[in-house]
Every structure is written in structure tokens, then in C-alpha cells.
Design a protein around this ligand. Sequence first.
Ligand code: ZN
Length: 491
Amino acid sequence: MNKILLTAVLIGMLVNAPAQKKPLPEIARVVTKSETEAHLRFLASDELRGRDTGSPELDIAAAYIASEFSRWGVKKVAGANDYYQPVALEKKKYASTVDITVGDLTLKNKEDLILLDGSNLTWEGEAVFVGYGSEADMQQANVKGKWVVSYIGASANSNIQQAFGESDEKVKRAKQLGASGLTEIVATPGVPWQILVNFLTRERIALKGDEPTSLPHLMMRNSDAAAVKTFLESRTGRVKVTLVQAVGETLPGKNVLGIIPGTDPKLKNEYVALTAHYDHVGIGRAVSGDSIYNGTRDNAIGTTAVLQAARYFAANPPKRSILVMTVTAEEKGLLGSKWFADHPLIPLKQIIFNLNCDGAGYNDTTRVTLFDVNRTSADEMLKSAAASVGATLNGDPAPEQGLYDRSDNVSFAAKGVPAVTFTTGFNAFDNEIMKYYHQPADHVSNVNLNYVNRFVRAYVYAALLIANNPAPPAWKPGDKYEAAGKALYGR
Ligand SMILES: [Zn+2]
């Protein structure tokens, strides 16, 4: 070899240095059991008191996550406040006045009525009774501009789940037909009114400014008062409705986020979003003298997976850019992720995939579970990731629980971003899961750290495969979010 050529080769080697390390040994080197355990111990410690939304302890968890991001050199996102995205939350008290006057009778808040949705309102006009409120019932009653009254459910035989399940559809139907409000009479046997009152009138946390966009919607106790009977028999009558909401209280909230720029000149404009909620449910009913709901499985494990991914990718950036984000208030209704999706600091059409990490727990350490397989074209990569730690990938074993739509992935999916939740091995909603799921017993001391660390490695490898794959993942044809995806990416 001549000298000039040799020099060229040497320069070439220098330019290309440092050589890409082999990913699996490098992931194994970075993602260690002791590091995983350290994150879990801190996040799920009694001192963080269950990481409740709005608590100072959740802010401590946020500071810990930001401190880790800074240690590994994760970059701040333009438009964020340091590593934080403030999330405007509000503690909402239940409505102070909910009255309906029919004839000479005034039905009262909680005694007879529960407000499910609606802002301050005084309304007077014609109400119509539409039986069980099917499409045909409503068409026939010509509900436009009227207050619709129906029985809850689809028939006298509806059980409680069916009855409530039917409710959303009925609201949509009434709204589409131009109705002014909907009151559903709870005539389902075996549903004690007081339990509904206790459950549905509790204080709750919501996104600020998330005003009800839907129709005023109430529930009414089944009543045999004369005025109600007269109304139901004639199927029509005049009513007056008064709704007064209580004043809310602002709560601080924050998502913790950062980016690792990709190495490919083109693909670095695309992002893989790695997310996990870092909140849990705080302090609650004591079980065996313990009232701190530590939330190791739900979701210190997911938070740890994102932290480990941040560390790995900061040192080994892939072709696409990585967004690492731990979100707040998942347990209050996916609020932090919904806030980001509504106020994205990176345009959503540049986010090509969301790999969320969340879990109820595990009962099968030979698996990694996905909510859900057959939703996106990323399945093969996710299978390889599970296989890299000697596990098999399975889909949702309990579709009746609707878990796909119960974690932060759905905030992205609803906007069209292909999104799945990666979770620890789970083959059924059995006693092993329920022993820890939202229980004070969800401690670090009873997790299998060898397994959890393998799971975290699989998560990091899955993210790497997706971030380096030439084509971005797409929704499977016919998926309920496919149309949203086409609208978002224009493809
Ligand atoms: Zn969770």
C-alpha cells in the first residue's frame, strides 16, 4: 500500500471515529441492574409519598428526572421552561347548584340529580321523553332545541356497565340532533343512587380551560313523584334547568422533557417519543397499616425505562431524534400527555412514533407485553426487542379492559401518531396483578429486579430499532386511528 493511500485510510478512520458500538452489548453495559434499582428506590420511596399530582413530592420526582437528563447531556426543548413543560391543572369541585323544575316540583342536586357535564346555565323550555333514546326514538321526538329525557341504557334489561357504556353514544346522538341537554333516568335495578352520588360528585383534577365541549348531561334518580309521572306519560312538558359550577383551584403540574438530536442529516427531523407517566395516586386507604401507594410497577418502572433510554441515547444517538418525556397526572385522566398533545413543543407531524411505557404489574417474566400488537407496523421490531432479552412479545390479554385507551399512548394516537404501550409481562388480570395494582404493596422490595432490568433493556433496544429503521412505522390498515394518522402526516 502506498503512503498516500495509507494516509487517506488513516484519515478516513479518524473521521469515522468513534466507531458505532455494537448496540446490544452497549445497552447491557449502560442499563445495569444497580442503576435500575437506584431509580426505582428513589421514585417509589415512602418519602415521595406516592407521587400524587399537585403534591410537593411529585415536584421532587420531577427535579430528580431533570437532574438525570442534565447529567447525561439531554438537550432542552425550545419553548420549554428548562426541562419542564408547565401543565395547567385545576382542582374542580362538584357543581354547587343543579336544579330541574318540572310542574310544581323542583328536583334537587344530589338528592335527585347528578351533573355529569355542563357549564353554568339557566335554561327554560320544552323537554321531551324519548324512552331509551335510540336513534329512532330521538328522530321521532324531534329533539332540536329541546331538553331530552331518557331512561339510562338501551333497554330495561341493560346491566350497569351496558347502561353507562350507552351514555356517550346517547350524548353524541342528542347533540347531533341539536338537543339542548340530556337527562338520563337511572331506572336500572341494583344501582343504589347514593353510590352513584358518592362516586360521581367527588372533587376531581382536570386540565384548566378544558371546558365541557359536550352537551349538558345529567342523571336523575328514578322518581314516582306526580309531576314526573305526568311528564313521562305525556312525554313532553316545560322544564327549567339551573346549573352553577363551583370555582376551581389552580394546581401546578409539569411534564419533564428533553431531546437527543439524531445523527442522520434528514432523519434527525423526525422524532421517536419515549414517554412514561411519573405520577401515581399518593396516599390512600391503609392496607395492613400502610397508606402510601408507592407505585413501583405503576409507574416507577416506566419512568426508569425512559431515564435509562435517555442515558443510553445521549451517549449513542440514533439516526432519528429522540424525545424523552415523563408526563404528569396520568392517574387523573391522562392529563399531562393530553396537554402535550394539545400544546406540542415539537410539531406532532415530526413525531413518527410514541413508545409509551406504563404498567399495572407483571405475572409472566418470560414475556414482554404490548398494548397492543396488530395496531402499527412496528410489531416486528418490538418482537426483536423482546427476543433480545430472551422474552416473547404478546398483545393485550384482557381486551375487555380497554387498556390501549387507558394510558398516555392514546393522547398521541388520537392525534394520529402511531403509539403503543410497552409493559411488563402480563397474561391475565389475575390475583398476582391485583395484589399490587394500585395497592400500597406496590414496593421495590417485591419486584424481580433481574427481570425488570431485562425489560428496560428491551425498551431501549425497541426505541433504537424504531429510531434507526429507514421507514417510520404506520397504523395497520383499518385501525381506528388510521384516518387521524393520514390527516397528520398527509400520507
Ligand atoms: Zn400507569
